[in-house]
Design a binder for this molecule. Sequence first.
Ligand code: AHR
Length: 664
Amino acid sequence: LTVQVNKPGAPVSKNMYGLFFEDINFAADGGLYPELVKNKSFEIQGQHFIGWNAIRGAAALQAYTVSSDKPISATNNHFARLTVATASPDAGITNEGFRGMGVKQDAEYTFSVYLRRGAGNVSGLTVTLEEEGPRGPGPEVGSSGRMLAQTQLTGLTGEWKKYTAVLKSSGMANKARLKLTVNGTGTVDIDVVSLFPKDTWNKRANGLRTDLVQLLKDMQPGFLRFPGGCIVEGRTLAERYQWKETIGEVNSRVPLINRWNMEFRHRSTPDYYQSFGLGFFEYFQLSEDIGAEPVPILNVGMACQFNSSELAPLTTAAGGPSASEATGHNHADDPTLETFIQDALDLVEFANGPASSPWGAKRVAMGHPAPFNLKYIGIGNEQWGPQYLERYEPFAKAVKAKYPGINIVSSAGPAPEGDLFDKATNRLRELKAEVIDEHYYASPEWFRNNAGRYDNYPTTGSKIFAGEYAAQTVGIASPDNKNSWDTAISEAAFMTGLERNADKVVMASYAPMLAHVDAWQWTPNMIWFDNLRSYGTPNYYVQKLYALNKGTTMLPVQRADNGKNGQDNLFSSAVADDKTGEIVVKLVNYSPTARPVAINLQGAKKLGKTGKATVLTSNDLNAVNSLDQPLNVAPKEESFKVGAANVTYTLAPHSFTVLRIPGK
Ligand code: AHR
């Protein structure tokens, strides 16, 4: 191989490798957002007791109902009313958490609740954190297991009042639950029940789960794209993600059904709602915490095209219906496209506006006086075709007119429905879209065969955002996909093609990012977790190695035989890192035998004597990482000798290797 050190190519985008976040697989509630109580405010429409259960054998509990009789506020207007006839330690309800609650030994959890005493003689509430005992055949919860912490709340009055206590867990449990039992007899009203770990990222009161943020930060991501994914669109427009509903006082955020709420074999998650405890303010804050550029993706006025054809009506100059409205499904009371556009304009103001602006003031009130420095806005998640273009065009025009400095991320859709190389995308190029986001999920073989995907894409005009991709072992949407070494090494091979085309591809993110081992709807995923532990998959380590070694300038690589990248299962790309004064070469050997490579560093000056190799490999293409074996496939480092103007290095079988060579 020859790396043309003396013929540097395009600069590598400083946001090149980033993160795709979607609240799928319990990524937010039950994952990154560590509130342990599910449905804490009893506000889930039609299912006010999701997550809550009467204690087994609780004959003493005469009734537990949802009420809206003099609620805490107009938005938080349902609560639980418990009526106890006979005093008993079983008179109460439990909260199951998100497939249980994960608690650590000696860790502290802030418990809070609003209580109001009704008729009778209720003297207080006993709050217990415990493991759940064995379950019976019925719907009621099992008996009490090991007690982990307990506190008493007293002094209830006839008015709503907030009570707080710190629970320190005496043991570790992956599946604890919270038990609230009534002391005495009579009626008590309960609302906004929260159990929140004190140990959060940056010790914030409404902070995030530390081990998961650490895994993300360790990747040094260039950007964080949020909040999805299909949840941006919703199955229907009414169920779309609306960022304005996710900011401000946490307890006033009204839950919404999640697009991934589904009943399907073991992926069954009919209890999947978004609490929005992790909302847009928190996403911006997370981006800042991990040094990533925030990339919010907004609804363009279309529901998910895989689920429905619901469209926001366009307001045309003539006032009549557009071509798509004539065929699409519309409701008279649907918000028009203008509402969606206004939401985008207001978002820029929320993120960047001064305290004197209406939306900027809301950010300041939430505790962030400095602007978030938003530079990107995505218009539509995964949309394609004429109905998208019809909405995208006025949308983009309005954003640019008010905020010319904002970069717009447009959508090519999912290949093959939408594609970077199809007619609709050409139109986006004509419209001078800055960045076009395309998505693809395909076999490992497809990834290896398509390392040249962008080789013939024009070097001028719209740039590319590979916004969602992942190799799938079985097939898209199959529950049996694995995060195998085969998928990861194939993605590494493909990514040499992203790097070689640094003048065209400016952003890339693997998807989805997070998955709970007991509550997922999609495979494969980059990071898996349970209620206490988490691990990066081999795919995570591939992404991380690219991000940590992205360098600053692309360097052309040629094969001695003039073969194409990937020929004989050898893939390569190179960059210069001007910050550290190193040449960085990435090599993928997708063959079962070791392979010596001779690398000529053409025109290199001042080479150091020793380089550092980081190697990711396994002798089993089916190898995976797991909660018990998180580092089964993980990078290992070694040093190697550097010659006068060259390097010889033997690549391990089925390996991805990053060589860092001092010099320029
Ligand atoms: O990443 C999972 C889903 O795949 C996303 O929600 C959607 O954008 C794509 O179809």
